[in-house]
Write a protein that binds this ligand. Sequence first.
Ligand code: PMP
Length: 294
Amino acid sequence: YFNENTIIYWNGNFVKAKEVNVNLYNQTMHYGNGVFEGIRAYDTPDGTRIFKSKEHYERLHYSARKMHINFDIPVKDLEKITYDLLRINNLKNAYIRPLVYLGENMSLSPTADVNLVIMAWEWGNYLGDKLLKVMLSSYQRPNPLSCYVQAKVVGHYTNSILATTEAKSRGFDEALLTDSNGFIAEGPGANFFIEKDGKLFTPPLGNILAGITRATVFEIAKELGFEVIEKLFLPEEIFQAESAFFCGTAAEVIGLRSFNEHIFPLAWEESIGAYIQKSYKIRVVQNEFQNVFI
Ligand code: PMP
């Protein structure tokens, strides 16, 4: 992720990643209270453009608010810092990771010591580009009565790590998790869609992260004339689906080959997901979402 020369943004300065020190008594390391984002920038004909940076940084603010983290750097400033960071590191296509972490405090009360680090590196598609073999996880997503599932909180990702590790150890590529009521929710780091009878279905908000890619899939589907229905459904209903895909910033849009023992009957190339995947890939690098340069 970084080398000798990598520069990161850290509390107001651009510094070498290898020179940064973090206080070991920090609340984020011990209790998982920190918030972060995953963003992508693409090399477009208009120059490097950060995809939906406003939406991502607004979600970072939302996450911080929910977790009582006093983080108030304006979105415009965060966007500018990020463009500077990409330029300094000479990155055109990049994955960007802002992390708001807390300082020295071993209590369970909020602390005023709030730190921001932004890192960026080149990163291929997180789930690769081959159709995925997915398993129903034995883990459920966190209960929305136990935490803010729409906030991107460091500690929430222990659940994602458990699910991913279980899936990989059983020879699958990825996990799919249910919510605390047993309905399908999402993957460890991506939202989920199925195709049935020429329509797309995806779980509604409530038990899932409100993915920015998910919202983009809605936009693209609408423009291409495909209906998207938000609806709770059980794992068994996936066995009746013709096709399925995950979507997220790191993974972009990636199709499934199978879910448990069920192989999806529709060839991926003929699925709605494939149209959306193609359109997404083209449009992000053409800057068709009009991502602004600060
Ligand atoms: N769900 C989870 C649990 C995630 O971690 C992510 C990645 N941020 C997503 C969904 C997809 O969200 P987005 O499209 O905003 O990256």
